[in-house]
Design a protein around this ligand. Structure first.
Ligand SMILES: [Zn+2]
Ligand SMILES: [Zn+2]
Length: 213
């Protein structure tokens, strides 16, 4: 099964970071998702090795989950570092839903590809977020195919990201051919962005095409 679900948003931020809309509280996100009739949401706040707010964030999510009909997944989004390690304290990456994403330009294909491969091999990583090559280099078809195999082998999910309109179309088609699993992420930093996948309707059609009903 390769079908993505439009009622599931696996990438939502909150006001626990300093650059999201101040009204993006955990409670408001849950309320908004309920109003939109979503079934599943994942909170994936930007975390770093020195972050200290996680206990409060997680207990707030847990409390709100109890009173909601939604399936609410507590998690984090963490940066893939140049050596391929994930910028998240081990106790959180191990126990919670984790999106690993590039947030730094390495301007070096070898560093980028090596870091990505290590991240895909990392058992604590659940999802590779908004994946695309950097502008300064191109990936050969066989390299993308190798990545697809590695992703399937390690059972990672590839996110179709609305904020960045990623992965690239050709990658999405190829990943699908290899049997990569996808899900949707709005990458919402504002309430209005939650569950809004209009921007990636073309990528969603590619993924859903020819799938048995
Ligand atoms: Zn990101
Ligand atoms: Zn994000």
């Amino acid at each position: 099964m390769n079908a993505v679900n439009l009622r599931e948003d696996y990438h939502i931020h909150s006001n626990y970071n300093d650059h999201s809309s101040p009204d993006l509280t955990i409670a408001n996100v849950v309320r908004r998702a309920e109003k939109l009739n979503l079934h599943t949401i994942a909170f994936t706040e930007h975390v770093g090795k020195t972050s200290r707010w996680m206990p409060e964030y997680l207990s707030e999510i847990e409390l709100l989950s109890k009173g909601s009909s939604l399936k609410i997944i507590p998690g984090f989004e963490a940066k893939i570092l140049a050596d391929g390690s994930i910028n998240c304290p081990e106790e959180y990456s191990k126990d919670y839903f984790l999106i690993a994403s590039f947030h730094t330009l390495y301007n070096d294909k070898d560093i980028w590809l090596n870091a990505l491969r290590i991240a895909i091999n990392n058992p604590n990583v659940d999802v590779i977020g908004h994946i695309a090559p950097e502008r300064t280099f191109k990936m050969e078809l066989c390299e993308v195919q190798d990545l697809a195999s590695l992703i399937v082998e390690n059972r990672k999910i590839i996110e179709i990201n609305a904020k960045y309109h990623r992965p690239p179309r050709e990658w999405t088609v190829l990943f699908k051919q290899f049997g990569v699993k996808f899900h949707l992420g709005s990458d919402a930093h504002r309430l209005e962005e939650i569950g809004n996948f209009e921007n990636i309707s073309d990528l969603i059609s590619l993924v859903l095409k020819h799938d048995p009903a």
